[in-house]
Design a protein around this ligand. Structure first.
Ligand SMILES: [Zn+2]
Length: 276
């Protein structure tokens, strides 16, 4: 062995070079040093990933993969989002269409496993770079509403109806289960508020009541069941002729009938009331 500093030849067992006093490391010490350096390097890399690298598609992919143990490769930044901080406030001149404002960044993520798009967000002022996502929410919504559609399709097999998915500012007429599933699998800002079901039936109340009394009760139970299983709340309404509305009250698990003046009758009491 030769001293790396001064070139003096060294003997086994020496701890220091007698010429220049440089410390001579044993094999064990050398390995230990390498291990310590590796640990520090890993630590630096992890901290860099967490705090130095900006949140981007790659960062979100990593975070979501850790969370769901699933590969997400299709992630894209959404450049324009209505009310980017999700509160319905007005910035003075562009109510509802605030572009590039707010501190929330939105990313669209696709799950190949479940064939669904969902949103992941993060707040640029959040130093810990927490990623929030609506994956489970989107899945629950799709499952709940398609199951509800199936139930309606199955229970109302003897009458004609038109079914709509409605939101605060939007509604879509649903042609088929596939159509509904496609809408709910694809993230579209315009569709986001669409989570209630309206069923249009071209019948008068008694016409409908007469042959569907039990069906409506059974369907209400089924819908309540779907809500409970998936933990997703939505409303189901029937719209009949003369502005009569039948609504499944999810909190009380009741069926309520409203006339054109908004007067309420319970489904079980409809006949009694009108026979008076
Ligand atoms: Zn030396």
């Amino acid at each position: 062995m030769i001293c790396k500093k001064c070139g003096n030849s060294l003997k086994d067992g020496w701890k220091y070079c007698p010429n220049c006093s440089k410390k001579i490391y044993t094999k064990k010490e050398k390995i230990l040093n390498i291990v310590i350096i590796l640990i520090i390097a890993i630590f630096v890399v992890v901290l860099t990933l967490k705090y130095v690298i900006p949140v981007n598609e790659w960062y979100i992919e990593r975070e979501l993969e850790k969370k769901y143990n699933e590969n997400f490769t299709e992630i894209s930044l959404i450049n324009q989002v209505k009310n980017s901080d999700t509160n319905l406030t007005c910035d003075g001149n562009s109510f509802g269409t605030i572009k590039g404002q707010g501190s929330t960044k939105y990313y669209k993520v696709y799950s190949r496993k479940n064939k669904i798009e969902f949103i992941a967000t993060y707040d640029t002022s959040d130093k810990s770079k927490t990623i929030n996502d609506y994956y489970l929410n989107s899945l629950n919504k799709r499952n709940s509403l398609t199951e509800a559609y199936n139930a309606i399709y199955k229970y109302l097999d003897t009458i004609d109806y038109e079914i709509k998915l409605v939101g605060l500012n939007n509604e879509v007429t649903i042609n088929s289960r596939n159509h509904l599933e496609n809408i709910l699998s694809e993230y579209d800002e315009a569709n986001e508020g669409l989570d209630d079901i309206e069923i249009y039936i071209n019948k008068d109340l008694y016409d409908f009541y007469d042959s569907n009394y039990e069906t409506i009760i059974n369907l209400n139970t089924k819908i309540a069941n779907i809500k409970e299983t998936n933990g997703y709340i939505f409303s189901v309404k029937f719209l009949l002729n003369s502005n009569i509305t039948i609504e499944f009250d999810s909190t009380n698990n009741r069926i309520e009938v409203y006339d054109q003046f908004g007067n309420l009758t319970r489904w079980e009491d409809v006949l009694d009331k009108y026979l008076q």
